[in-house]
Design a protein around this ligand. Structure first.
Ligand SMILES: *[C@@H]1O[C@H](CO)[C@@H](O)[C@H](O)[C@H]1NC(C)=O
Ligand SMILES: *[C@@H]1O[C@H](CO)[C@@H](O)[C@H](O)[C@H]1NC(C)=O
Length: 354
């Protein structure tokens, strides 16, 4: 199979996975699931093994680092203060290459070139046991250093990733940082709306314009206060998110029993914790369709399997919480777990001359 047909195959596999499963498969009777995880029996022992054993070597950065996004800053600060850091590169499972968000591609290439020449670790795997943070993601370049970094190293970027800047199964996306603090609010579930949609302004959002006059939907552009916001989520069956516009509330939606309905014009391959969570069981993925069709999908999903989705979503929501001091199964530690799952790489023996 050629590379193109191979990637087409993957493209269509994802396409059918998300779109068809959302529309057709769920009318069949559903298995009872007690866990939102793809492999529920291995996750806990693996996770605890990670907490005990995972070692990361951080290359000393050239300058004080500055990141564009708060999720990156929190991740970096948590990593530096974590027990995962080792000063002995020989015992490290993975190597972290730190650089500021504003660093030019050319300067990043210089950083990699220096690592390659000065130390033995890059050459052993051509970067495959290395990772880096870049909210926007790196693009493809012709420079050899960037090619290896981009193709081999694990990129941690923000969700949603920019088009073409995310390599599925290798890269990781950071769960979005909630922009409201409903974390400690409590709300009783009294569903009065089919869908809740919080957006940044009617002018910009065609979805808001389409839904605003429909009494089944609650549409808001102002950020509600904490309790109200939690109540809003708890009083709606689905929380609508436009992929690529604003998905920052997805963790809170899961937590408050508002099943995320992600509206997207293409298959999503960069969902946070995609190789760990059964996303199909905690969220619905709806193509860009008219209001009638959207309602039809939501109503049917609700009829089929809402209780299970809410229960599994609440369980999964712990992975979407960012803390100043990392806690078990929160965003930082779950990203670390995703890195742990990627720690195996082939290390080439050193060659004397090349
Ligand atoms: C890594 O490999 C390059 C050739 O690709 C070589 O020039 C360089 O010296 C090697 N680095 C080390 C530390 O041996
Ligand atoms: C939720 O319901 C319980 C019992 O019905 C009540 O005591 C509690 O005050 C309610 N909480 C909120 C936040 O409305």
């Amino acid at each position: 199979m050629s590379v193109t047909s191979y990637s087409l195959f993957f493209f269509f596999r994802f396409f059918f996975f998300f779109f068809f499963s959302a529309f057709y498969v769920h009318s069949k009777s559903l298995p009872h699931l007690s866990s939102p995880y793809l492999s529920p029996t291995t996750i806990s022992p693996n996770y605890h093994h990670m907490l005990k054993s995972f070692k990361i070597f951080i290359y000393p950065p050239d300058e004080d680092l500055a990141f564009d996004s708060r999720a990156e800053s929190l991740f970096y600060a948590s990593l530096q203060n974590s027990p995962f850091v080792t000063h002995n590169a020989e015992e490290a499972h993975l190597f972290f290459v730190p650089f500021s968000s504003s660093l030019s591609t050319r300067s990043i290439a210089r950083v990699i070139r220096r690592l390659r020449l000065d130390l033995p670790y890059w050459n052993r795997t051509l970067g495959a046991d290395h990772f880096y943070l870049s909210c926007a993601g790196l693009g493809f370049e012709s420079d050899r250093n960037i090619v290896e970094l981009k193709k081999n190293s694990v990129q941690i970027s923000c969700f949603p990733a920019s088009d073409g800047k995310f390599i599925p199964h290798k890269d990781i996306s950071l769960p979005p940082l909630a922009n409201s603090r409903a974390a400690n609010a409590q709300a009783n579930k009294t569903t009065s709306f089919l869908g809740y949609f919080r957006h940044t302004g009617v002018k910009e959002s065609t979805l808001a314009k389409k839904l605003v006059n429909d009494p089944d939907f609650l549409i808001e552009s102002e950020l509600s206060d904490q309790l109200t916001y939690a109540e809003r989520l708890a009083s709606s069956k689905f929380c609508l998110f436009e992929y690529g516009v604003d998905v920052s509330g997805i963790g809170e939606a899961l937590r408050f029993g508002c099943v995320p309905a992600v509206i997207t014009d293409r298959p999503i391959q960069d969902l946070p914790f995609m190789d760990m969570l059964r996303w199909q069981e905690i969220a619905v993925f709806v193509p860009v369709v008219g209001v009638k069709e959207l309602k039809r999908v939501l109503v049917r999903t609700w009829g089929d399997r809402h209780e299970q989705m809410i229960r599994l979503g609440a369980k999964a929501s712990q992975h979407f919480v960012w803390n100043e001091l990392p806690q078990l199964f929160d965003s930082f530690q779950t990203v670390m777990y995703e890195l742990w799952l990627r720690r195996h790489s082939i290390r080439y023996p050193r060659r004397e001359s090349e």
